[in-house]
Design a binder for this molecule. Structure first.
Ligand code: GLA
Length: 656
């Protein structure tokens, strides 16, 4: 299988989405000059070009793209060529309204924006395949072609009639009989029993709470249908260019795709990442996505899109202060990216994203954004050879599963304050701030390489996953679990006792009497810290429990907030950040896991990628870091020994 390294060839890919159909051709020549100036070596062409390539059904206009491909090649810039299938031309919706998706209320998502396609529409799929085939046939041998980019940020749900037919087909394949479906969905409750397959619909707008397993299966179905769209196009391009890697860009922790399944179908795993420059934990939430993407890729990955300055889809959109774009780009490289790319090259003057930044902003060549982009391009070129292709080793795995998120997010849950991504973030943050390197893994993955496994929240766990966790601990691993773990089976049936019996035994929980969710801002006093979000009324197995940190005061006074049996820890609340950090640092230490750089100050991120140590100062004040050995800074080519001072947003890329 082709890989990212086939495209990078020892360089970090640097560039971004290039949408030149918005500009007269004179601008293209200037673009090429400025790209060369900035060290751009890769652009993504064609993401939104369907109407330009096929202005009328079956007609093809490739001349402009031919000239662009040649122009890029002539300037030494590789092309990641996109299939344009995320934004069908207006004629497709006009001539074939069944290609348009419907929301849960039955409203049509019309053309005029983008991503207005039904994954289940045979007509859409037919036209998408045809334009993909035409592109693949035309550019298979073009020397600029370095990668295929299928569609863009797959994300459409469809509750329409054709999707209903496809959903039934999917359910039949899964359950075989209606009895099995009725049993899995628990349709005996509220008189929902189905007597014919035709009665089964997508979970459309209902009077009151939809059946949660129905909703869960619909999410699984949507992920699978979008994946079918992806693999159909991937297979077409592969037929023409088996040696060229294929990717599609994920959105960070987006709810709609089972990322573990999807990444198995890609040659290159890529992600779009837009942390808020004003978010004090922006770097940490980026680190989380980077760790997850690297784990999905099992190695180097591609930062397909980020913003050089502001985005335009938050309420208030802040620019990146001087140095932040460089810092966050090098952070991605530190955490395994071999490609640092943007949406988009030149900021648009028209259309919905004209206030979204580009590498070349409205301020032009002299603008700070472009000047910083240019500096970054030169720095990436300097370190590319030393870092590309290298891996990060981690002794810790955080377990994450989209199915558990989907099931846990149901409308009838006990607390809407508990948001899965936030809980994941809190646990990752505790490890990140302790300078502990972390991978992510699926709960059914082989965990034997890890000394510590962390379960922030896996409300739904399959029997296979539970067996896997038990086997991991039996083989000597250390496990820490947060609350709401192993509550439901894969059909979202609550396990007897309210939590899987084997897990209760593992953690020495005799009875889980009640869940006690906390209100927004409410805390639960525990010995030595405060808990947030959640608390539990647990009766421990006194003979088996090795350590307890109790709740103090209130209804749960004296009951365990945290309990440990052997190497298994259970945390029934979300400790406030400093307490979770201290707890995990202690557990990691006990499991023999060492931080990347002992004593590194809070706010400095230390990552070891291959032999190279990255130090990143996320603060605006200079900090001093103690280095045990002499290193060469690949950015400055200077030798550093003893103490190293990192300025505001400063970065050092150190080789022993
Ligand atoms: C996503 C899309 C891009 C663009 C950016 C804006 O990443 O893929 O086309 O809309 O968002 O942030």
């Amino acid at each position: 299988m082709p890989q990212l390294s086939d495209t990078t060839r020892g360089r970090i890919l640097f560039g971004g989405d290039y949408n030149p159909e918005q500009w007269p051709e004179e601008t293209w020549t200037e673009d090429a000059r400025l790209m060369r100036d900035a060290g751009v070596n890769s652009v993504t062409l064609g993401v939104f070009s369907w109407a330009r390539l096929e202005p009328e059904p079956g007609e093809r206009e490739f001349g402009w793209l031919d000239r662009l491909m040649d122009l890029m090649h002539g300037n030494g810039i590789g092309v990641v060529l996109a299939t344009p299938t995320s934004s069908p031309p207006p004629w497709l919706g006009r001539l074939h309204p069944e290609t348009l998706p419907r929301d849960a209320d039955g409203r049509i998502e019309w053309w005029g924006g983008r991503q207005h396609f039904s994954h289940s529409s045979a007509v859409y799929r037919h036209h998408a395949a045809a334009i993909t085939e035409a592109l693949a046939a035309r550019y298979a041998d073009h020397p600029a072609l370095t990668m295929w980019h299928i569609n863009n940020e797959y994300c459409t749900f469809d509750y329409g009639d054709e999707a209903a037919v496809a959903f039934r087909r999917w359910l039949r394949a899964k359950y075989g009989t209606l009895d099995a479906l009725n049993s899995a969905w628990g349709t005996a409750f509220w008189s929902q029993g189905y007597d014919t397959w035709d009665g089964v619909l997508p979970p459309r707008h209902a009077h009151y709470l939809n059946n949660p397993t129905h909703v869960l299966d619909f999410k699984r179905f949507t992920s699978d249908m979008l994946l079918e769209c992806y693999t159909a196009e991937r297979d077409i391009v592969r037929r023409y260019t088996p040696h060229i890697p294929v990717t599609t860009n994920f959105m960070p922790l987006w709810v709609g795709q089972d990322g573990w399944r999807w990444s198995e179908e890609e040659d290159v795993v890529s992600v779009d990442l837009y942390p808020d420059p004003r978010d004090p934990l922006g770097a940490q939430s980026a680190a989380l996505v980077q760790d997850l993407t690297r784990s999905q890729a099992h190695g180097p990955w591609m930062l397909m899109e980020q913003a050089a300055g502001p985005v335009n889809w938050r309420g208030v959109n802040h620019p990146k202060p001087r140095g932040l774009n460089r810092l966050w780009s090098l952070q991605a490289v530190a955490r395994g990216a071999d490609a640092v790319c943007y949406f988009q090259w030149r900021q648009s003057r028209q259309g919905a994203e004209k206030f979204h930044s580009g590498m070349l902003s409205h301020a032009g060549e002299r603008g700070r954004t472009f000047q910083e982009v240019k500096q970054l391009g030169a720095e990436l070129a300097r370190i590319g050879e030393e870092v590309t292709g290298s891996h990060i080793t981690s002794d810790i795995a955080i377990l994450h599963d989209w199915n558990a998120w989907w099931a846990g997010a149901q409308d009838g849950r006990l607390s809407t304050e508990v948001e899965y991504p936030e809980v994941l973030r809190a646990w990752h943050r505790a490890l990140w701030e302790s300078h502990l390197a972390t991978d992510f893994a699926h709960p059914e993955h082989d965990l034997s390489a890890y000394k510590l496994v962390v379960v922030p929240q896996l409300y739904l766990l399959t029997d296979t996953a539970i067996d896997n966790l038990l086997a991991y601990v039996r083989a000597g691993g250390t496990l820490v679990s947060g609350f709401l773990a192993g509550i439901a089976d894969e059909d979202d049936r609550v396990r007897s006792g309210g939590m899987d019996a084997r897990l209760r035994e593992l953690f020495a929980i005799r009875t889980l009497h009640e869940w006690w969710p906390l209100d927004a801002g409410e805390t639960a006093e525990c010995e030595g810290f405060r808990g947030t979000l959640w608390s539990e009324e647990i009766e421990p197995e006194d003979d088996n429990v090795d350590e307890v940190i109790p709740y103090k005061g209130g209804e749960l006074d004296g009951l365990p907030a945290v309990l440990r049996r052997g190497r298994s820890w259970y945390v029934s609340t979300l400790p406030e950040p400093h307490a979770l950090r201290a707890l995990l640092a202690r557990v990691a230490d006990g499991a023999g896991v060492r931080p990347v750089l002992a004593g590194a100050p809070l706010g400095v991120e230390a990552v070891r990628r291959g032999e190279v140590l990255f130090l990143l100062n996320h603060g605006r004040e200079p900090v001093t870091v103690e280095l045990p050995d002499a290193h060469r800074d690949l950015l400055t080519d200077e030798t550093v020994e003893g103490e190293l001072t990192l300025g505001r947003y400063g970065v050092a890329v150190l080789r022993p």
